[in-house]
Design a protein around this ligand. Structure first.
Ligand code: TEU
Ligand code: CA
Length: 544
């Protein structure tokens, strides 16, 4: 049976604001992306996931949409977008857009109407309940830690939001509202886009207002009963097109996932982003990824969707710090070992812009360099608690999502070749060495390694079809696994630590016929006892 196109595809996430500025205003834009399509084509990726490009007051960098069918003027025009779509397709690259339908901006015309009066036709597009300035309809807390409710004096009711107050949640119980959203979805699909990444989609249904979240503050809006009806309605639209969909679906467990992603079951979407594998250890301000914890989560998702459903694979995105800092030691060696550790799992791999260069966290020295609202809010909270500014800064910047939002590093210039103007966010000073131009001329660069990984993945059906098995399951530093097809087997071994490790391979893997396929180190032979230097990564293959 032939596989759907997205099973053998590599995704690349573009954060438009920080990718490439074409007109010198310091803000990345659509023309900038068009300019860099040849770079992406050469990298070998198959589709781009674009973070929101819609009209937005920008309280949450585009995740607060005021016009679903309009382009943010800073990014360009609809004509620019259509040109991007066309040029991308000419280059064999598909485009998937962010679909943000859990909430809109409070500046969306629907919400402006909704706020006006209790009997406004748009009132029930959102969720309102009786309240008093100091008494909210219930005690639920939002993802930012504040109440999920904001009081509005005009009608003496409060409206509901799981994110910022400027991001009121849509009322999915209202069929009229849903129909308008579906119309918008069809509009984009008719325009010829290739799919959607569905933002915060597991939150669209809420428990009744008298539900008590007890110890789990977010359980009131995480994959709540009734969501299936809405997902099924969207699926029926998606199924009319040859597109791919990936749901950001925290709260959907690995056991429930096949139901969401297997077309023979409910099959709402093609794959989901789980948010569980970012297992952290360490004190606030010093957290690292816990390799053992991460391995266990990833392996569970691999196994639970092995024969039913499909995984989306990622380490970085626009909400997380750079993996080469929080798991690696900011070297070429660590960036490449880390890359190998997830790239050959079963699923569709996503690369976040700059990850393919080994980009690192930004060395924040002042709160003025921090853009993210949530981080600034937490900073002030820490100061109120009596922490010293430097300590508070460390705590909030160590894991802030701002690290991933500094400009893409195209060359060694102080502005990284990102802009000729003043970049909206500071450029990481290590652009002097970590950048596309430099890595292009270095055969041992992270960039070259990613290109090689992509080529290998695409040449080997085993990475689509083969089973996954974790080896050395209890090793705290080494992430190693096999991928096995009917006639071929691969073993991937990565030391995700900055100390040397000695491992003993399981007997069934100790054979003579292994061939080295990919490596960032000097190891050439697979022996039963293997010495791994810090951040060594190797992949061997054999016929079986
Ligand atoms: O993030 C949403 C997100 O991470 C939550 O849905 C998550 O489920 C929750 O924090 C529990 O872990 C998306 C975007 O990626 C992010 O950039 C936006 O700020 C957010 O939605 C709001 O649209
Ligand atoms: Ca610009």
């Amino acid at each position: 049976m032939s596989q759907p196109w997205w099973k053998n595809a590599i995704g690349y996430q573009v954060y438009p604001r920080s990718f490439k500025d074409s007109n010198g205003d310091g803000i990345g834009d659509i023309q900038g992306i068009i300019e860099k399509l040849p770079y992406l084509k050469k990298l070998g990726i198959d589709f781009i996931w674009l973070n929101p490009i819609y009209k937005s007051p920008n309280v949450d960098n585009g995740y607060d949409i005021s016009d679903y069918e309009g382009i943010q003027p800073e990014f360009g025009t609809m004509a620019d977008f259509e040109e991007l779509l066309k040029q991308a397709h000419v280059n064999g690259i598909k485009i998937i857009l962010d679909l943000v339908v859990n909430h809109t901006s409070d500046q969306h015309p629907w919400f402006i109407e909704s706020k006006k009066s209790k009997d406004n036709p748009y009132r029930d597009y959102y969720m309102w309940a009786d309240a008093m300035p100091d008494k909210m309809p219930n005690n639920w807390t939002s993802f930012s830690g504040n109440s999920t409710w904001t009081y509005d004096p005009t009608t003496q009711q409060a409206y509901f939001h799981v994110f910022a107050p400027q991001q009121p949640d849509l009322n999915w119980r209202n069929p009229k509202m849903r129909e308008e959203i579906y119309e918008m979805i069809r509009w984009w699909l008719e325009l010829g886009i290739d799919g959607f990444r569905m933002d915060a989609i597991s939150h669209i249904q809420k428990e009744p207002w008298d539900y008590d979240p007890k110890d789990d503050p977010w359980s009131a809006f995480m994959n709540v009963k009734g969501i299936d009806d809405y997902m099924a309605e969207m699926r029926d639209i998606f199924n009319q097109y040859n597109i791919m969909t990936v749901g950001e679906a925290s709260g959907v467990t690995s056991k429930q996932a096949p139901n969401w992603t297997d077309p023979n079951k409910k099959g709402y979407v093609n794959m989901i982003f789980e948010l569980e594998h970012n297992v952290r250890k360490g004190n606030p301000g010093e957290e690292r990824i816990d390799v053992l914890g991460m391995k266990k989560v990833l392996s569970r998702w691999q196994k639970d969707q092995e024969n039913s459903g499909w995984n989306a694979l990622y380490y970085e995105n626009h909400d997380n710090p750079r993996i080469n800092t929080i798991l690696g030691n900011e070297t070429v060696k660590s960036a490449t070992a880390i890359a190998m550790s997830y790239f050959f799992l079963k699923g569709t791999p996503f690369i976040y812009q700059g990850q393919e260069l080994g980009m690192t966290n930004y060395p924040f020295t002042s709160i003025d360099q921090v853009d993210d609202d949530e981080s600034r809010w937490r900073y002030n909270q820490l100061l109120e608690k009596g922490e010293k500014p430097q300590q508070a800064l460390n705590e909030i910047t160590h894991w802030t999502r701002d690290h991933s939002r500094t400009p893409m590093q195209w060359d060694s210039d102080a502005k990284a070749g990102f802009t000729t103007g003043t970049p909206w966010m500071e450029v990481n000073p290590n652009t002097s060495t970590v950048n596309v131009a430099t890595e292009e001329s270095d055969n041992h660069s992270v960039l070259k390694f990613y290109r090689e990984m992509i080529a290998i993945r695409k040449a080997e059906p085993t990475f689509i079809e083969g089973s996954y098995d974790l080896i050395l399951p209890d090793d705290k530093n080494v992430f190693a696994y096999t991928r096995t097809n009917k006639d071929k087997q691969f073993v991937i071994i990565t030391n995700l630590s900055d100390t040397a490790q000695t491992i003993n391979l399981p007997d069934e893997l100790v054979t003579e016929n292994w061939q080295l396929r990919l490596s960032n180190t000097s190891i050439t032979k697979l022996t039963s006892e293997l010495e791994l230097a810090p951040f060594d990564g190797v992949m061997f293959e054999r016929s079986i």
